[in-house]
Ligand binder design. Structure first.
Ligand code: ATP
Length: 230
């Protein structure tokens, strides 16, 4: 049987239910044997450093425990310096062989800047792309970059080839981002429990972050002084 593998790239700082629920639906919709969350290195000059690479992986492990088809691929964090998706996909392709169906998954917000990624045209020779509509972010219809528009116009209804196709999928919307969650953790830390907004932020945290991950964030005092708007 041909292997069908999904790769979900991102920072996962921290992982949230928008990622997890989308991944579970994608396993079903794309008939994947396994979907790998592949955390990337944070840019060294990122203006808001959050959790360390090791902590992001530990949070992913906690969030995905018991979900056999959802796994973590931490190859980008093991490499020195910045790593590029195309290099990771090259390695994955050579490990799985030419016949495996590989689907690289990204939200519309990430897809909107795909043309700025290193050797982005090579991505489609290594994998298929699944572009998922992300609630509250740019929609596929709003993407104006000509090369990306052209790719979207060639979308296929189902992924069958090992690489080269793009599919667009509209999943159940989850209006949440890691940015909003980092701000929520920091707000709660700075403003305590007896504040209406802190209570609302706390509710967001518990709604969107798996309980073992919330516990981990508290134990490791993560996102305490995070200041940014969302
Ligand atoms: P940040 O707010 O720090 O940018 P994020 O919530 O966008 O983080 P990432 O780790 O950057 O999370 O996202 C990884 C991938 O998951 C990206 O392709 C992104 O488009 C997608 N994604 C993130 N949040 C959602 C969501 N709520 N629904 C669907 N896809 C999502």
């Amino acid at each position: 049987m041909t292997q069908r593998i999904g790769i979900f790239g991102g920072t996962f700082d921290p992982v949230h239910s928008g990622h997890i629920a989308s991944a579970q639906t994608l396993v079903d919709q794309l008939s994947l044997d396994t979907l790998y969350f592949m955390p990337c290195q944070q840019h060294p000059h990122h203006k808001h450093p959050g959790a360390s690479p090791a902590q992001r992986v530990e949070m992913l492990d906690l969030a995905l425990a018991g979900k056999a088809k959802l796994q973590v691929d931490d190859r980008e964090l093991k490499r020195e310096g910045l790593s590029y998706t195309v290099g990771s996909l090259q390695a994955i392709r050579s490990e799985l062989g030419d016949d495996a169906v590989i689907v690289f998954i990204l939200g519309t917000d990430a897809f909107a800047s795909l043309h700025q990624w290193s050797r982005w045209q090579s991505l489609l020779s290594l994998a298929n792309l699944a572009v998922i509509e992300r609630a509250g972010q740019i929609t596929a219809a709003e993407i104006t970059e000509p090369v990306l528009k052209k790719l979207l116009s060639q979308s296929v209804p189902a992924i069958n080839a090992p690489s080269g196709d793009l599919i667009q999928l509209a999943l159940e919307p989850y209006v949440i981002s890691s940015t909003a969650l980092r701000s929520a953790f920091s707000y709660c830390n700075l403003n305590g429990q007896n504040d209406t907004q802190a209570n609302a932020e706390e509710e967001i945290i518990h709604h969107y972050v798996p309980a073992p991950v919330v516990k981990y964030i508290d134990a490791h005092k993560l996102y305490r002084v995070y200041r940014e708007s969302h």
